[in-house]
Write a protein that binds this ligand. Structure first.
Ligand code: FAD
Length: 207
């Protein structure tokens, strides 16, 4: 069985990096597996001294280049919607809209797409729609860019094949898969009753 345990930095293996960062298959810090908050700690350590050629070397080793710098620049700012408000309460021009996604943005965007797509799936799908939906979900489980997330998702997917008969089944199935991830991350579970799902993903809350 493939192990989905992520490889992480430790003091011993990566003395110049903060411990606990998830690495990709090439041994570099994985952008889509870590949060900006964690990635931005790299610059603090690497950039603690002058940007010597030694430090530049470390940065290229972790594969961050300008990314960690960009993240670190807005480290002390609060992200309010698209605006960045700095500590003095002034709006700053730069934001993270054009940065590569971290695991939080990627995850949130993907769940948004999946739950919304399920909410607009036919009440009773035809054979072709069922096949297309199965293909979409299976492909997602394979290509989801956070490698260790995708391995866990594939395992869960095998144990619980997608329910694609119609929108209600699909929404519930997806809610349960999302709850598996929520549990793994120590988050609250979502109530998967269809009324609750419709309120969240299609109709909006009742006034
Ligand atoms: P999200 O979990 O992104 O949820 C977005 C919104 O969906 C919530 O605000 C809530 O309103 C609603 N919601 C929450 N739960 C449910 C539910 N069960 N059903 C319906 N709606 C719900 N991150 C990791 O760190 N490790 C992983 O292994 C991992 N695996 C992932 C696998 C997949 C397939 C995906 C798509 C994402 C994965 N993520 C993983 C990312 C993670 O699930 C979150 O997206 C990320 O942590 C951001 O969380 P969030 O609090 O913004 O809310």
């Amino acid at each position: 069985e493939v192990s989905s345990k992520p490889l992480k930095t430790t003091k011993e293996t990566h003395p110049n990096l903060p411990p606990g960062l998830i690495l990709d298959e090439n041994g570099k810090v994985c952008k889509v597996c870590n949060s900006w908050a964690d990635i931005s700690k790299i610059k603090k350590r690497v950039g603690a001294t002058k940007d010597t050629s030694e430090n530049q070397n470390k940065k290229s080793l972790v594969g961050m280049g300008g990314f960690a710098t960009m993240m670190n620049n807005s480290n002390t700012n609060t992200n309010q919607g698209n605006k960045i408000i700095n500590e003095e309460g002034k709006e700053k021009k730069e934001d993270r809209l054009n940065c590569p996604p971290d695991n939080i943005i990627l995850g949130r965007s993907t769940w948004n797409f999946l739950h919304t797509t399920a909410a607009y799936y036919p009440l009773k799908a035809n054979e072709n729609q069922k096949i297309q939906m199965k293909n979409l979900l299976e492909s997602l489980s394979i290509f989801y860019p956070c490698n260790w997330c995708s391995l866990d998702f594939q395992k869960d997917f095998k144990k619980n094949p997608p329910q694609v008969e119609g929108r209600e089944n699909l929404m519930k199935w997806l809610c349960e898969r999302h709850n598996e991830v929520n549990k793994k991350l120590g988050k609250n579970e979502f109530n998967c009753e269809i009324k609750n799902l419709d309120n969240r993903w299609k109709d909006g809350p009742e006034d």
